[in-house]
Design a protein around this ligand. Sequence first.
Ligand code: PLP
Length: 395
Amino acid sequence: MIAKKMEGLVKGSSVIRAMFEEGRKMAQEFGAENVYDFSLGNPNVPAPKAVAEAMTDILEKQDPLYVHGYMSNTGFPEVREAVAVSLNERFGTKFTSDNVVMTVGAASGLNVIFKALLDPGDEVITFAPYFGEYRNYVGNYDGKLVEISPNTADFQPKLAELKEKITQKTKAVLINSPNNPTGVVYSETTIRRLAEILNEKQKSLGRPIYLITDEPYRELVYGDITVPFVTKYYRNTIVAYSFSKSLSLPGERIGYLVIPSELDDYEAVYAAAGVATRILGYVNAPSLQQLAVARCLKETTDIAFYDRNRNELYNGLLKAGFSCQKPEGAFYLFMKTPIEDDMKFCQDAKKYHILIVPGQSFGCSGYARIAYCVAYETIVNALPQFEALAREYGL
Ligand code: PLP
């Protein structure tokens, strides 16, 4: 007999599981090359060679007791220092090792910080569309995820609605830019305005509202788009970062939190994050991955690969008659579905062997997410199928 709380969660996750299973079945029936699986954000660019070289070198040359041993729950001090130096060089900040907690990817970073901050009933506000797992991460600590409705004009957050929804129970606001699922980057104007609102509200409430910025796609931006570094705009900012996408290491489970010294109750929050890392059972981020990424902080992924996919897909969808906004970052495209019922549309897409995720999984019906972190050929071969799907809808 499983926990009551888990019963709903298991049921709720079955839609995605069913899609995964269906994709596998379809691949067996029609051949993998005839199935266009755009459902997962699993990078199709291999990790830079430097990562494997760093791991091999560490394993061959460093003391195994050091490489494989326990360390401080927040991570190796020299790795945290290397991360701080890299951030300072790139963003003109003044972080030290005492501002960094190494984590088991962004997923654990978010869980650690929610564990550290949330009392039961505390509210975390986020802007739709958003990464669906946020509901679970906040729910893990009996917090409540409060959604701001989507601004489908340009997918920048609706700040007027935020102002109305901040209450006595608001502990944190959670943002994600470049955004999964829209590929939109929140502009500097947005971040400045957001900071103004939070500063006003902190004053009237007489206590901090933390801004948690989830940034696994920070470096995945196209052209001359820049992503504002949020700690510079709002004092009570905590950053959750991951190497899953930027270095194509999702299976390695490695990332970090940045907890700036300026933060209200910095010492307590930093200490709580260390304890949360331990008692959630992570204990510490994986040691070999910590040491390896510390040597690869200047490495980048092949952004040209994703850019080529982005252009091919975006132009092809427009040509087929669909409407969508061109992504500025990450590797997702959020297309408007020709009918409001995005579940039905995604179901219909399967007839053409196309697997995409309904917008309602991200709190935004009437849209579907296409993860274009796939082989270029998958996009080229899928476009005639998208065209056939468009014709079915009379586009
Ligand atoms: N946050 C967002 C917005 C994501 O898209 C993902 C993964 O897709 C995560 C967090 C979790 O990433 P990680 O692999 O670092 O745990």
